[in-house]
Design a protein around this ligand. Sequence first.
Ligand code: GTP
Ligand code: MG
Length: 380
Amino acid sequence: MIDTKRHIEKTILVCYSNRKDRKHYHNYESLYELKFLAETAGADVVKFFYQENDTFDPRYLIGKGKVIEIANYVKENSIDLIIFENELSYTQLRNLEQIIKCKIIDKSNLILDIFASHARTAQAKLQVELAQLQYILPRLTKQWTHLSKQYGGIGTKGPGETQIETDRRLIKKRISILKEKLKKISTQQKTQSERRKNYYRLAIVGYTNSGKSTLLNLITKSNVLVENKLFATLDSTTKTLYVPENETYTKVLVSDTVGFIKNLPHHLVESFKSTLSEVVESDILLNVTDISTPNFEEQMAVVNDILTDLNAYEKLIINVFNKVDLLENKNIIESVKRNYKNTVIISALKKINIDALFNEIMTQILILKKRKVFNISEQN
Ligand SMILES: Nc1nc2c(ncn2[C@@H]2O[C@H](COP(=O)(O)OP(=O)(O)OP(=O)(O)O)[C@@H](O)[C@H]2O)c(=O)[nH]1
Ligand SMILES: [Mg+2]
C-alpha cells in the first residue's frame, strides 16, 4: 500500500530577543506559541533555541556562535526545517542558509502556510494568495525559487509550485488581478451589509483559539467548525440571535471572525481587512479572551492593538473571559472584574455563566437603543 501521509518535518524553533529594543523583545514563552503554530501546520518540533542579548548581529540576527551551534545540531539530528520567531531579511536568510544546511522560514511564512491550508471560501483563498505573493515579492530570488522546487511541505505551499514566482512581473500582474477580484467581492458584501443595517450587529473577536466559534455555536445554536488549532476560522460567518426583551425579542446578527495573534504579518492584516469589515460594521464587540492562558493580558493587548488599527476600539465592548473551567488560580477572576469594564466570565464549552452574558448583551443593546433615540431627536 502506498503511504499517502506527508513526510512530517523534524523541526527546531529559534527565537531571538533584544533586551534594549521593546519591539524585538520576545520572552522564552513565545516559543510555546510558535510550537503550537508549527504543530498546527503539521511539524514535529524537537528543540527550542533562544538567544537574548543587547545587540543583534545584522548578518544573522542571532550571534555567529549560536549559528554554528544550530548548524551542528541540525547536522547531528537530521533536522528538516528551522522556524524563526523573528522576521528575517533576505540577506539574513541567505547568510544563515550558507552555514546551516537546512530549510529556514520565519513566522510570517508559517502563518501564511496555515492560512493557505485553512482557506475555504473564494474570498479567503484570494486573500491568502494576495498576502503570499506580497510576502514573496521582496524575497524573490533564484535561491527562493530553487528552494520552493526542492522542498515540499511547510513554507513552500500556495503559489509555490507554479511558475508565477519566477517572474516578478507576473507576480505584480497577479497581485493586481487579485486586488480587483477582492474589490468585486467586497462591493457585493457592501450590498449585503446594507440589508443588514436594520439589525443590531455583534462581532465576536479575540485571540486565536480563545473559543470564539464555540461561543458563536452556543449562543446561536449553530455548528461552525471548532478545533484545538490556531486559525481554525478564516471567514466570518454570520448567524442570528434572538435576545429576549420583556415580552418580545430583539433580533441580533452575530459574526464569528478570524483570530488574532502576536506579530500577525502586516500583509495578512491588510489582505483580510474586508473579512474584518464585520468588526468595523458591528455595533457591539464580544472580545473573547482565554482566561486560563498565563499570558492572557498580553494576548488582550495584541487584540486591542489590532482593534485600534481597524478603528474599532471605540465600539461598545463586552469583555468575555472564556475557559474559566480551566482556570486554576481563581483570584484572577476578581482581578479581571476590577481591571476591565463590562466583564463576563464564562465557559462556552461547559456552559458556565451564559445567562450573565445574555444579560450583558441586552444591557448593551439597551444602551444602543437609547443612543439611537437620542441621535434622532438631536437631528430633529
Ligand atoms: N476547556 C474549555 N475549552 C474550550 C472552551 N471554549 C472553547 N474551548 C476549546 O478551545 C479550542 C478552540 O475553540 P474555538 O471555538 O475553535 O476557538 P476560536 O477562537 O474560534 O479559534 P480560531 O478560529 O482558531 O481563532 C477548542 O478545542 C474548544 O473546544 C471553554 O470554555 N473551556
Ligand atoms: Mg474559530
